[in-house]
Design a protein around this ligand. Structure first.
Ligand code: GDP
Ligand code: IMO
Ligand code: MG
Length: 426
């Protein structure tokens, strides 16, 4: 099983970090690879009661012997990269090697400035981005004025490219947004400051990963963001600016689709979302507050409260379809333990019409209201369960019902944040 993808099946924060960590430690993963997004991600790993959060670094960094790779599809802020790296060094945790693609695009200081002013300008229509410069960095990539990691090592080329990137931006910043212009020299000096430390980490990661796969090594592609935040398949425009779906993995790593053997979707036993955009099962009542409280639903990257709602089986089916999921890993089943009945959205009502699949247009999705089925709760703590048969019968039934609705086998279920708090579905 050399090529494994782990990705988010909802709106992010499903527990991808935990799933990655689990696979990395248990299945002798040789490489752990990020292929899209940047330091907008926040992945939590809990090891022996100690909590770690990774943002730009692959979660496999905490497993010595596993090489962590930042692929060409990622947008890299060198400042964020070394801040995160140094924080782990400071905690004196054993770490694996880190390799960064020479073709990954750079997030420079001006990208987060543009991200923030654009959001302010959008007012009530804002996306609710993380403000980390992700969208503007991907926009530059597509506009062919991006800076790539390899450019940092040649001062002449870097200056030329930064100048080209800032030409239009400085007009916008000064004339539209009423901001000061950004100096080319300032940006070049800042990026050059990382060159010496960065250079030994940089490689042709597509070559590295393909050779590893040829040699029968196991490569885990760790998703960031999620299916419903995908720029093509998510709730556009309330999405991130990359392709977190499984198809994006090949582009973002430089490997062919034939190299992927397993595609694991990570999904919460309920739903959360950060930032703006439609969310049919969102709760505004006591149940929503209770999910938020018991689930500890506060963003790892931005500290924003996550919006909470019931499980949405339409989203699960959609994710299974657009990603070609081979299995699902359901997290946070333990959070639902105190409800007598648990509602599950099985379809939507859109203007009086039942939709069993994702509506075709965003306008319809904005108007979708959930049609619920109610499953019996189990009313007892399950955080100590370590085998599927240990789970109360109604918890087993909840898992089996949701499995049936998604059309994809469930591989495992999370019953707590710890590495060991996982039950394999048998
Ligand atoms: P990611 O972005 O997909 O990696 O997820 P986050 O780390 O942003 O958010 C998931 C949160 O759920 C983290 O606080 C995890 O420690 C926690 N978590 C993961 N799996 C479980 C689980 O099965 N039960 C509980 N209670 N918490 C979990
Ligand atoms: P992980 O990997 C949840 C959301 C932001 C915003 C939208 C666009 O931890 O699951 P961006 O800064 O990417 O341009 O913001 O996407 N978003 C996430 N929400 N989890 C994430 O990552 C997210 N990364 C981006 O809140 O709504
Ligand atoms: Mg997260």
């Amino acid at each position: 099983m050399p090529g494994i993808v782990v990705l988010g099946a909802q709106w992010g924060d499903e527990g991808k970090g935990k799933a990655t960590d689990l696979l990395t430690t248990e299945d002798a993963i040789d490489f752990c690879v990020r292929t899209s997004g940047g330091h907008n991600a926040g992945h939590t790993i809990v090891v022996d009661g100690q909590k770690f959060a990774t943002h730009l670094l692959p979660s496999g960094i905490l497993t010595p012997g596993c090489t962590s790779v930042i692929g060409n599809g990622v947008v890299v802020s060198p400042e964020a990269l070394f801040r995160e790296f140094d924080a782990l060094i400071e905690r004196q945790v054993p770490m694996g090697q880190l390799v960064v693609s020479s073709n990954a695009h750079v997030i420079a200081s001006y990208h987060s400035i543009v991200d923030k002013v654009t959001e302010r300008f959008l007012g009530k229509n804002k996306i609710g981005t993380t403000g980390r410069g992700i969208g503007p960095a991907y926009a530059d990539k597509i506009n062919r004025v991006g800076i790539r990691i390899a450019d940092i090592f040649d001062e002449g080329i870097l200056s030329e490219k930064v100048e080209a990137a800032l030409e239009v931006k400085n007009h916008l910043l000064t004339k539209v947004y009423n901001r000061r212009a950004i100096s080319v020299d300032e940006v070049v000096e800042d990026l050059r400051g990382y060159a010496e430390r960065l250079q030994p980490m940089v490689a042709d990661t597509s070559l590295l990963l393909n050779q590893a796969l040829d040699d029968g090594k196991t490569v885990l592609f760790e998703g960031a963001q999620a299916t419903m935040l995908d720029v093509d398949h998510g709730t556009y425009p309330f999405v991130t600016s990359s392709n977190p779906v499984s198809g994006g993995v090949c582009v973002g790593a430089g490997v062919g689709p034939t190299r992927i053997d397993r595609i694991i979707g990570v999904i919460k036993a309920y739903t959360t979302r950060v930032g703006s955009g439609p969310f049919p099962t969102e709760l505004f009542d006591e149940d929503g507050e209770k999910l938020w409280r018991i689930g500890g639903e506060v963003g790892v990257s931005t500290g924003r409260d996550r919006r909470c709602g019931w499980y949405d089986a339409v989203v699960a089916r959609y994710s299974a379809r657009v990603n070609g999921l081979t299995e699902l890993f359901m997290t946070k089943l333990d959070v639902l333990s105190s409800w007598e009945r648990v509602p599950v959205c099985v379809a939507y009502d859109v203007d009086g019409l039942r939709h069993d699949e994702m509506p075709m247009t965003q306008t319809e999705f904005h108007r979708a209201t959930p049609i619920y089925e109610y499953l019996d709760g189990w009313g007892e703590d399950i955080s100590g369960c370590r085998a599927f048969d240990d789970l109360p019968k109604n918890a087993q039934r909840y898992v089996r019902e949701l499995e049936g609705m998604s059309g994809v086998p469930f591989w495992a279920v999370g019953v707590g944040p710890g590495r060991d708090q996982t039950v394999v579905v048998s």
